[in-house]
Design a protein around this ligand. Structure first.
Ligand SMILES: *[C@@H]1O[C@H](CO)[C@@H](O)[C@H](O)[C@H]1NC(C)=O
Ligand SMILES: *[C@@H]1O[C@H](CO)[C@@H](O)[C@H](O)[C@H]1NC(C)=O
Ligand SMILES: *[C@@H]1O[C@H](CO)[C@@H](O)[C@H](O)[C@H]1NC(C)=O
Ligand SMILES: *[C@@H]1O[C@H](CO)[C@@H](O)[C@H](O)[C@H]1NC(C)=O
Ligand SMILES: *[C@@H]1O[C@H](CO)[C@@H](O)[C@H](O)[C@H]1NC(C)=O
Ligand SMILES: *[C@@H]1O[C@H](CO)[C@@H](O)[C@H](O)[C@H]1NC(C)=O
Ligand SMILES: *[C@@H]1O[C@H](CO)[C@@H](O)[C@H](O)[C@H]1NC(C)=O
Ligand SMILES: *[C@@H]1O[C@H](CO)[C@@H](O)[C@H](O)[C@H]1NC(C)=O
Ligand SMILES: *[C@@H]1O[C@H](CO)[C@@H](O)[C@H](O)[C@H]1NC(C)=O
Ligand SMILES: *[C@@H]1O[C@H](CO)[C@@H](O)[C@H](O)[C@H]1NC(C)=O
Ligand SMILES: *[C@@H]1O[C@H](CO)[C@@H](O)[C@H](O)[C@H]1NC(C)=O
Ligand SMILES: [Cu+2]
Length: 536
């Protein structure tokens, strides 16, 4: 139950898509089912090349790679390059019915990945329904020849992919949620690199282990590939230093834990500077939902950091300390402290006086069902909206409709401000506000305009946090706060000097964020709200 909204297009300028390089590398992705056993039971999952998590793509900054995708599965899929801006080339970025039609079973489609300014960790995932639960992998973008990391070269680099596992078929879980109108079932476990870890049944022998040498530093490339869960991630007795997010570098930020939202990627340095032993690295969900109900996955996934040497390890290894599962202050800590490098080699280009200012409310909604027969709150069906419009997916992709001037696929009346202004984050809100309109509306922005979007969370149905992700752009996170955005006071506190450059942020629980970017990449700019769970 994904809800996406706000597609933006400006003039499309074609013919700029020639990216010849001496040798464009080609990779082969065969999407097919494979049998995997987790939590004492076996099922078929959709994979790329039979691998779960899927293969890592290694690239250099600025490189173009072609991925030949063969769909040997039973359902439509597309592969999306998450966090890649794809300058002037939205056509193979993946979102189905937004920039392209899906790849049907038995067919092949070559998808070009055009890397430009990104450097660090990104990821790829399937972009059709819940296929991304198992069809995903890392993209590692190294500095160009002759340039370096803005930190000492680590001894080794390790992808840490956080995920979720359902014992049931993921499509059955999704279908059940759609049929009943309730939150789909929470997953049965969280995963680190495809493994639940020591704290789950039948899992101990395959727990992911990272062997380290005392005194060395490791670069963890952490990806939250979970469908829904915002995760706290920490390593027992070790600090982590964040040096990058979403494929751009940050000033070093030393933390006991990070909060990583679905879709985000972090580059984190781990110094192996503790007593020779085994230590757990672990992840668990941040959620404001009541603890006793099955609204979110309340389990803890672990992997082991093991020092090389001769010693008797602690058994079990020590677990990291986590904030309380519902600690909203903790959920914003990293966001509140991250700063971009903003130096000569990594300049900040944040627009100082945006020409277009938009305010978008993000709400969880409910639709009435006949005789209150749905399984959402009070017999309703859960949904989500931006500015009170719940996105209806078209059957022809919007970019194609734009290109060929096909009318009736989408409208261009997406409101720039909330159609109704109320105390968005009040404890009690009128029930009649809960039902949104339905539509496929697009907001058109002028090419090269500078845009500010304030995403304002509301407390309708559930005032939870909302991960937001834009395609085709990375944006500067210039401000955030709890409560209602104040257009007179809050902009005075914006960080216009060294705001972090990201492609995925989370609107805090009953709060807001402000982002800015230059609309210089024509195409369909899509804001994705990752899910309508009580704890998306
Ligand atoms: C798969 O994609 C094709 C082409 O867009 C579409 O006609 C078909 O309905 C899709 N099938 C499903 C099950 O969504
Ligand atoms: C970059 O360096 C690698 C290893 O030193 C070399 O194999 C490769 O050809 C170089 N690439 C370019 C574009 O110079
Ligand atoms: C969802 O959870 C309920 C309650 O535990 C269970 O009865 C149902 O079978 C689950 N659905 C799926 C698709 O696993
Ligand atoms: C986790 O959630 C289940 C319900 O799904 C509940 O029974 C259990 O008490 C919860 N455990 C913890 C540690 O909160
Ligand atoms: C967090 O959960 C605890 C235990 O479930 C509860 O007592 C507390 O009120 C919750 N805090 C917030 C801010 O919801
Ligand atoms: C969160 O932070 C605010 C302001 O710093 C403080 O008033 C509040 O008590 C904190 N809440 C928790 C649960 O720590
Ligand atoms: C709703 O309930 C009424 C009375 O129980 C019944 O007559 C009617 O058929 C129900 N409607 C639907 C759509 O189920
Ligand atoms: C696009 O279609 C509309 C009507 O559907 C028409 O008025 C307009 O001239 C067309 N534009 C182009 C560029 O073909
Ligand atoms: C959303 O639109 C519906 C239909 O017009 C209306 O009933 C509802 O009050 C609106 N809610 C908000 C928050 O604007
Ligand atoms: C848009 O901006 C780019 C880069 O700043 C510039 O090269 C181009 O001429 C501008 N185009 C228009 C139509 O303003
Ligand atoms: C459910 O109904 C009760 C009683 O009308 C109301 O107080 C509550 O807010 C409703 N909850 C939702 C989520 O609609
Ligand atoms: Cu994306």
């Amino acid at each position: 139950m994904k809800v996406f909204l706000l597609q933006i297009s400006a003039f499309l300028l074609f013919g700029g898509g020639i990216h010849c390089q001496a040798s464009t590398r080609r990779l082969t992705f065969v999407v097919k089912e494979a049998s995997y056993t987790r939590l004492c039971s076996t099922k078929n999952i959709l994979t790329v090349n039979g691998q779960f998590p899927g293969p890592t793509i290694y690239a250099k900054k600025g490189e173009t790679i072609i991925v030949d995708v063969y769909n040997r599965g039973k359902e439509n899929v597309t592969i999306h390059w998450h966090g890649v801006s794809m300058p002037r080339y939205p056509w193979t970025d993946g979102p189905e019915y937004i920039t392209q039609c899906p790849i049907q079973p038995g067919s092949k489609f070559s998808q070009k990945i055009i890397l430009s300014s990104e450097e660090g960790t990104l990821w790829w995932h399937a972009h059709s329904d819940w296929t991304r639960a198992t069809v995903h992998g890392a993209i590692i973008v190294y500095p160009k020849n002759g340039t370096k990391y803005p930190f000492p070269k680590p001894s080794a680099e390790v992808p840490i992919i956080l995920g979720q596992w359902w014992k049931s078929d993921v499509n059955a879980v999704r279908d059940e949620g759609l049929a009943t109108g309730a939150d789909p079932n929470a997953s049965d476990s969280l995963l680190i690199n495809g493994q639940p870890g020591d704290l789950y049944p039948c899992s101990k022998s395959s727990t992911f282990k990272l062997t380290v040498d005392h005194g060395k530093t490791y670069l963890l490339r952490i990806i939250n590939a979970a469908l829904q869960e915002a995760l706290f991630f920490s390593i027992a007795k070790h600090k982590m230093t964040v040096v990058g997010i979403d494929g751009s570098y940050t000033k070093p930020l030393t933390q006991d834990y990070i909060t990583i939202y679905p879709g985000q990627t972090f580059d984190v340095l781990l110094e192996a500077n503790q007593r020779l032993d085994h230590y757990y690295m672990a992840a668990k969900t941040y959620s404001i939902a009541p603890v006793a109900q099955n609204f979110y996955d309340n389990t803890t996934t672990t992997a082991i950091v093991q020092y090389r040497g001769y010693y008797t390890p602690s058994s079990p290894p020590s677990l990291p300390h986590f904030p309380a599962y519902n600690d909203t202050n903790a959920s914003v800590q990293v966001m509140a402290s991250l700063r971009s490098l903003a130096d000569a080699e990594h300049p900040s280009n944040v627009p100082l006086s945006p020409s277009t200012k938009l305010i978008y409310t993000i709400s969880v909604n409910s639709f009435l069902c006949p005789n209150n027969s749905c399984a959402g709150p009070n017999g309703t069906r859960l949904s989500a909206s931006i500015n009170n419009i719940s996105f209806q997916s078209p059957t022809i992709d919007i970019l194609q409709a734009y290109y060929y001037n096909i009318s009736g696929v989408y409208g261009d009346k997406f409101p720039s401000v909330p159609p109704l202004v109320f105390d968005f984050t009040a404890d009690y809100l009128p029930l009649e506000y809960q039902t949104p309109e339905i539509g496929t509306e697009v907001r058109v922005v002028e090419y090269n305009s500078t845009v500010e979007i304030v995403f304002q969370g509301t407390n309708l149905v559930s005032g939870t946090h909302h991960p937001m992700h834009l395609h085709g752009y990375r944006f500067y996170l210039v401000g955030w706060g709890f409560g209602n955005f104040d257009k007179n006071r809050d902009p005075l506190r914006y960080n216009l000097v060294d705001p972090p450059l990201q492609s995925t942020i989370s609107v805090p629980t009953n709060g807001w964020v402000a982002i800015r970017f230059e609309a210089s990449n024509p195409g369909m700019l899509q804001a994705l709200m990752s899910s309508i769970k009580k704890n998306p």
